[in-house]
Design a protein around this ligand. Structure first.
Ligand code: MN
Length: 470
């Protein structure tokens, strides 16, 4: 087994404390409900692909994991706040399966491994639930718990609220997991930047990242890696990852993050294919870097994410005026009010990060009429213990900009001849994972974003010898 973080050796994932935290948030929201309820959550189970005897890729239910720390498929967890008691139910042993899969964890081993008061087999679950004289709140009725549907209350909004508020603030254990995931991603991004000679197709970038992630024990990625070159860098969630990287394309963008024990990292880096930045690519890169650093300078507890996001739009506007893409006869304020920057930086500045890549608790408003805010995934002040991504981007996407360029009220702000010099880049995004601390922030991402250093790393790759089997 590839070892996890040394700092967590001998420690257990703090499931019991998480259960208490959820209860505390529920109590604050609805005291009566909290006192009269028990939480029951079923984990994900293995599921066969239709007409096949192969399993679909397994991804543990995040709410279940939060209250158990248990990655095993087909398990359940019950928290009884009235007696501060957390019980993990493992799936019954399927003796026919032992031949194929080996022996599962015993009850004793599971008790040793997980931070719960009791471990039982699921065979006792029905009888155990039947004698609980409280409301049994659960996230959802599914294949694993349909048997008990008559006694479960699914989808309780206050329970979701309480779990999301608890998950929002990461404890030291969770932060160590995220630090570890981030470190793995640093190494993977460095490997990708260093292997340009063998990356002649976007697939090779994807493969290089995955190879180094799996080598470090991260079998699963937080999300499907986005590996693009040239104009494809303008597609925000490009996952085709199969275009040839021909010499006429100058830019690469890779957005990929390793996962560790269900905790995510989410990192984007851009680099020039041959190590030399073109004039236009570097200009845009430096704008995005400035936007990212401006945001970092404003990140601290109490700061409103809306304000930080909108400030980065102003940086974009000022810098676009310097390049001449936006006409200088207009004031920054007028350009800002016109919303013309929205289609060059169409997404939000960043999102919460945790077990989910786009983690819970941000309360986005996808029907916000303001195009600058509609895709912003955090709409609340920052608090110590949150982890957010700081990921501004600038894109030249013909599809996204079509409306802007056809609308005279928007086109009047743009020097089209100057804009036309930038399409080939596609886009630039720089993304780091940021822990909010009491005094400011800590950047969990360590891979360099300095354009000169990146250039050196890419060029050093050309000095290496690579042995490709295929
Ligand atoms: Mn992201």
């Amino acid at each position: 087994m590839v070892e996890g973080p040394a700092s967590l050796k001998g420690k257990k994932y703090p499931a019991k404390q998480h259960a208490r935290n959820v209860y505390a948030h529920l109590k604050e929201k609805n005291l009566q409900k909290a006192e009269s309820s028990v939480f029951f959550i079923s984990g994900e189970d293995n599921e066969l692909i239709q007409y096949s005897d192969q399993n679909k890729p397994f991804r543990q239910n995040r709410y279940f994991f939060y209250l158990s720390g248990c990655p095993i498929p087909g398990a359940h967890v019950v928290y009884q706040p009235q007696r501060d008691h957390l019980t993990l139910y493992l799936p019954n042993i399927d003796w026919d399966d032992v031949m194929w899969s080996g022996l599962p964890l015993s009850l004793e081993q599971a008790k040793e491994k997980f931070d719960v008061d009791e471990v039982k087999y699921a065979e006792t679950l029905e009888a155990d639930l039947a004698i609980i004289n409280f409301n049994l709140l659960t996230t959802d009725i599914n294949k694993s718990n349909i048997k008990f549907a008559s006694i479960l209350k699914e989808g309780d909004k206050d329970l979701f609220y309480a779990m999301d508020e608890a998950r929002l603030i990461k404890d030291d254990y969770e932060i160590e997991l995220m630090r570890h995931a981030a470190k793995i991603s640093d190494n993977c991004h460095l490997a990708v930047m260093s292997a340009v000679p063998i990356e002649t197709n976007e697939t090779h970038i994807h493969a290089e990242f995955m190879y180094h992630a799996i080598r470090q024990g991260s079998k699963y990625q937080s999300y499907d890696p986005i590996c693009c070159s040239g104009p494809s860098c303008s597609t925000l969630h490009y996952i085709k990852n199969d275009d040839e990287i021909t010499p006429d394309k100058r830019s690469i963008l890779i957005d990929a993050g390793a996962e560790w024990d269900c905790y995510a990292s989410d990192v984007t880096r851009c680099f020039p294919i041959n190590g030399d930045w073109t004039k236009e690519h570097l200009e845009i890169y430096n704008i995005v870097l400035k936007m990212q650093k401006t945001a970092l300078g404003l990140i601290k507890p109490g700061a409103l994410w809306d304000d930080i996001h909108l400030t980065t739009h102003k940086v974009l506007i000022e810098e676009f005026q310097k390049l001449g893409i936006f006409k200088s006869e207009f004031s920054v304020e007028e350009l800002f009010e016109s919303k013309v920057s929205a289609r060059f930086f169409p997404h939000g500045l960043g999102h919460l990060l945790g077990m989910d890549t786009h983690d819970v608790g941000g309360y986005p408003n996808y029907s916000d009429p303001d195009p600058l805010l509609v895709y912003l995934r955090i709409r609340r002040p920052l608090k110590a213990g949150m982890v957010v991504t700081d990921e501004p981007g600038v894109y030249f996407n013909p599809f996204l900009l079509e409306d802007t360029l056809k609308d005279p009220s928007k086109l009047k702000y743009i020097n089209k001849e100057i804009l036309d010099k930038y399409w080939y880049i596609g886009g630039v995004r720089i993304e780091d994972d940021i822990l909010i601390t009491e005094t400011g922030y800590e950047n969990l991402t360590g891979i360099t974003s300095d354009p000169e250093e990146i250039s050196k790393i890419v060029k050093a790759g050309f000095q290496k010898k690579f042995h490709n089997i295929v």
